[in-house]
Write a protein of this length. Structure first.
Length: 201
């Protein structure tokens, strides 16, 4: 065996190893992308649930939703809800009537987020992984059955919270959603329907 044959064998071996790497990588890249998408979606969904809960509290106090984060966040920081204990009416011998006794007040934010470690209300407006971009938020009224119905919507596109992942795979994912007429991202509520559901539910 001469040196030419040895060199050819080495070159072929290198090519085989390289092609094998490309094949494995072509399989692993989409799998890794899917895992990253799921992990990021989980965080964004939690934020959208927080926005929905905040909107529902706001509506209880103001009879409408709010389409402005500054006002919504100020409401969460300032507004208080009563802590009510129900006690039996001492004049009721049947023990079926109760009296609502207000024993104190708690901030709306503390009621909503007291179990969330290191939660910042001011972060409510920001889309995770986006580099500081804000959720698109809107609120208004639509007519259903001759009645005015209050609605809201909050959303974040794939381009925003998948920032930094494989660009071509993001483009493919967006096209896939648009092809079936779905929003290419995550959203909660609707400006055209009286719904507070998330599109992941």
């Amino acid at each position: 065996m001469n040196w030419k044959h040895i060199i050819i064998k080495i070159v072929l071996l290198v090519i085989i190893v390289f092609l094998g790497y490309l094949v494995i990588n072509s399989i692993r890249t989409p799998l890794r992308f899917t895992e990253d998408v799921k992990a990021r979606e989980k965080v964004v969904i939690q934020n959208l649930k927080d926005i929905r809960n905040s909107q529902q509290f706001y509506k209880q106090f103001n009879h409408r939703y709010m389409g402005d984060f500054d006002t919504l966040i100020d409401f969460l920081k300032i507004s208080e809800i009563p802590i009510v204990h129900k006690i039996p009416d001492p004049n009721d011998t049947t023990f079926t009537i109760t009296i609502n006794d207000t024993v104190g007040y708690v901030k709306v934010a503390d009621s909503l987020f007291r179990h969330r470690h290191n939660f910042s209300i001011d972060s409510l407006r920001y889309i995770p992984f986006s580099g500081g971009q804000e959720f698109k938020i809107g609120a208004g009224e639509i007519e259903r059955g001759g009645l005015k119905v209050s609605v809201f919507e909050a959303k974040a596109g794939y381009k925003q919270f998948l920032n930094g992942l494989d660009e071509q795979l993001i483009i493919n994912l967006i096209k896939e959603k648009k092809d079936i007429e779905r929003y290419p991202g995550l959203k909660v509520g609707s400006m055209t329907e009286p719904s507070t559901d998330g599109n992941w539910e």
